[in-house]
Design a protein around this ligand. Structure first.
Ligand code: PFF
Length: 682
């Protein structure tokens, strides 16, 4: 390992500094703004099933993967991948470029939060009146008009599909404030970040706690919670529910953008990886869930108050605002309740402190990647990035900007961007790298160890799951209406730009990886040089098998045939794909030893076979979704929590409290603060 330590790297001061910084990145607007409305829109309590599944099967294992590669190589994402093979650097840059796209618009949402925080402060000083306040159903309209027209100056939605409109100067200043705040949080490097997060992580938790207690003690809160938790099972039959659940887990945990890789690269050599990943992921889920309780309990309180006042506004009337929940529904609800300006202040303060550390985590990794590659000074790269990020952000600070932001976010954070990136990461590290080395590395210093099953998750289960979601979306988008064009055949500009961005991201990644870096690591450090190659024959068999399955799938897709024949081919492809994948996996298990390596044919066969299996699953699911008549189940009783909701609540709390309790117990019984050793101790 000595060669990986040739350079003294910056580091977090303590284990807690790192954990808080990673939680700070993970816990952000996605938790308080994204999670509650997605859960509400996609089946309430039922949404928790795909979400928790995605968290444990995909989220935590990938976080362990990212921690282990970052920590093993002690490099930001691009260089970390490059350690495996020169060409893998592209994968690292791919994630970083995606982070760059996000960092152009994420601060814009933070800027809205800053503005609303300001309105709340003004409200406090001017006797509690909030500018969006209004009574009854008309009040909801008021809140919508305030956000959409007065604040955003949004152009008609139909027009926003085609042009940006002029700049909204009232948002430019808060955007500048956001970027300045991000700059000052990280300009001194990660050691300062490790201290700042002692403020930016606990503070929003405190705010959330206040909002939750207040929400739950309001009369009518159970009514709101019923909307949040009562399951609508039929939503599970809709593909989009699953895609949102998986996407939300990735976004919420800040996975696949190279963030966790880079953050882990600043850890001391003996730091724990597995347990930290568990703690961070469960803390993130806990925050989302509690945020939802706070939001919906308050909406319930609002519904009750408006009923009493004789101008009843049911929860669904305000909650339907979806992504505008944080800027329309919730502010409206607060405005109906006593001390509205104070609670509005608490809410937006929570959002600002939640979001700021997520936003600067993106800047930090982009800077770290550039500095690692070029050796340029941080004091030049960071200000330059700050100015560029701010200027590009102005695109979204326009009359049509909010619509553009939503559309581009849909591409980058949806299946086209993030899911594909996660898939790529798993296949490259699972099949082309030596994942066993990463597992041993992580286990050798962690409070608890992951078994071989983890290799199989990364190599097979996750790629098949993410691949199926990817192909599913691909089919939907290509065959569906309104993807890039309106029904009248006009191009929808933001969608075209969004697609353009996700297509262009790898091109930029390739260019960045071709540019010569300051130290050309890579091949020189390849762990596999000079090893005996094994499993050529089995690898070739698996490859031919996988190729044959691909052929079958292409036939199934292109040649018209009966439903029965199609089903036979699809099942055959699935079985064939899995068989070829297992054979390749066997070759890797057997030949990836300290003296030998598995043949490349086996590795590529594994990837191809995994993609075959996922394409077959996607095609089956599309067939099923097409056939199934999804009946929208009658709306559940909405005035109190149903029995099953209590069970859901109990299970979720058990997972959160039990999971965190167990992780802390393991950390304590391992008896060491694994973050503070000096690297030389190893
Ligand atoms: N995880 C953050 C959130 O939930 O708001 C968002 C995020 C931060 C996404 C950093 C991506 C990222 F690179």
């Amino acid at each position: 390992m000595a060669e990986l330590l040739e350079e003294q790297r910056e580091s977090w001061g303590t284990r807690s500094g790192f954990i808080l910084a990673a939680i700070g990145s993970a816990v952000g607007l996605g938790n308080l703004w994204g999670f509650p409305y997605k859960l509400y829109s996609f089946g309430g309590g039922a949404f928790l099933i795909p979400y928790i599944l995605a968290l444990f099967v995909v989220g935590i294992p990938i976080m362990i993967l990212e921690f282990s590669i970052g920590h093993y190589t002690q490099r930001a994402a691009p260089d970390a991948f490059k350690r495996g093979h020169k060409r893998f650097e592209i994968v690292g840059w791919w994630g970083i470029v995606l982070a760059f796209v996000i960092v152009t618009y994420y601060p814009v949402i933070l800027a809205y939060c800053f503005s609303f925080l300001w309105y709340s402060i003004v409200g406090i000083f001017t006797g509690g009146e909030l500018p969006w306040a209004g009574e009854g159903i008309e009040g909801v309209e008021n809140a919508k008009v305030f956000f959409n027209e007065t604040y955003l100056g949004k152009v008609d939605i139909a027009d926003a599909r085609f042009y940006l409109g002029s700049i909204r100067w009232n948002i430019v200043l808060p955007l500048a404030v956001t970027w300045a705040a991000m700059y000052f949080c990280i300009f001194r490097g990660v050691r300062l970040v490790g201290k700042i997060v002692w403020l930016t992580v606990p503070l929003p938790w405190l705010m959330l706690l206040i909002l939750t207690v207040r929400g739950l003690t309001l009369e009518g809160s159970m009514q709101g919670l019923a909307y949040y938790l009562d399951p609508v099972w039929s939503e599970l039959a809709k593909p989009v529910t699953w895609r949102y659940a998986f996407g939300q887990v990735f976004f919420s945990l800040s996975l696949a953008y190279g963030i966790m890789i880079t953050y882990a690269s600043f850890l001391h050599r003996k730091s724990d990886l597995n347990n930290n990943a568990g703690i961070i992921s469960i803390a993130d889920f806990g925050t989302s869930f509690v945020a939802g309780l706070a939001v919906f309990a308050t909406l319930g309180g609002m519904a009750f108050v408006t009923q009493q006042a004789g101008h009843a506004v049911p929860v669904e009337k305000v909650a339907e605002t979806g992504p505008s929940l944080a800027f329309v529904a919730f502010p409206y609800a607060l405005a109906q309740l006593p001390y509205s300006a104070w609670f509005s202040f608490i809410f937006f303060f929570a959002l600002v402190t939640l979001g700021i550390d997520s936003a600067f985590s993106m800047t930090e990794v982009i800077v770290a990647s550039i500095v690692d590659k070029t050796g340029w000074r941080r004091s030049i790269v960071l200000p330059a990035l700050t100015v560029v990020g701010f200027l590009l952000g102005l695109i979204y600070v326009t009359e049509g900007g909010f619509n553009w932001l939503g559309t581009i976010d849909g591409f980058v954070n949806g299946t086209w961007g993030i899911t594909f990136m996660g898939l790529l990461e798993c296949v490259v590290l699972g099949w082309l790298w030596r994942i066993g080395t990463l597992r041993r590395h992580a286990n050798s210093r962690s409070d608890w160890k992951v078994g071989r099953w983890w290799n199989y998750l990364i190599r097979m289960v996750i790629p098949v799951a993410l691949g199926a979601l990817f192909f599913w979306q691909l089919f939907d988008d290509i065959t569906g209406e309104g993807f890039l064009r309106t029904a009248e055949g006009e191009w929808i500009l933001p969608s075209c730009v969004g697609l353009g961005i996700v297509v262009f991201v790898p091109v930029v990644a390739i260019i960045l990886s071709i540019l010569k870096g300051r130290s050309d690591i890579g091949d020189a450090h390849r762990p596999e040089q000079g090893l005996v190659v094994g499993g050529r024959f089995e690898g070739a068999v698996a490859f031919v098998g996988a190729l044959a399955v691909t052929g079958l799938l292409v036939v199934c897709l292109t040649v018209p045939m009966g439903e029965g024949a199609k089903q036979v081919i699809l099942w055959g492809s699935l079985v064939g794909g899995i068989a070829a994948m297992l054979l390749s996996n066997y070759v890797l298990d057997r030949h990836h030893t300290s003296t030998s390596q598995a043949s490349w044919s086996a590795r590529w066969a594994g990837i191809l076979a995994a993609m075959d299996a996922s394409a077959a699953i996607a095609m089956m699911l599309i067939g099923l979704a097409g056939e199934a008549k999804i009946e929208d189940t009658a709306a559940p009783i909405r005035d109190k929590l149903s029995g099953v909701s209590y069970v859901i609540l109990g299970v979720v709390l058990l997972i959160i409290i039990g999971g965190l309790g167990w992780s802390f117990y393991r950390a304590l019984s391992a008896g060491k603060d694994t973050g503070i050793q000096h690297p030389d101790e190893e």
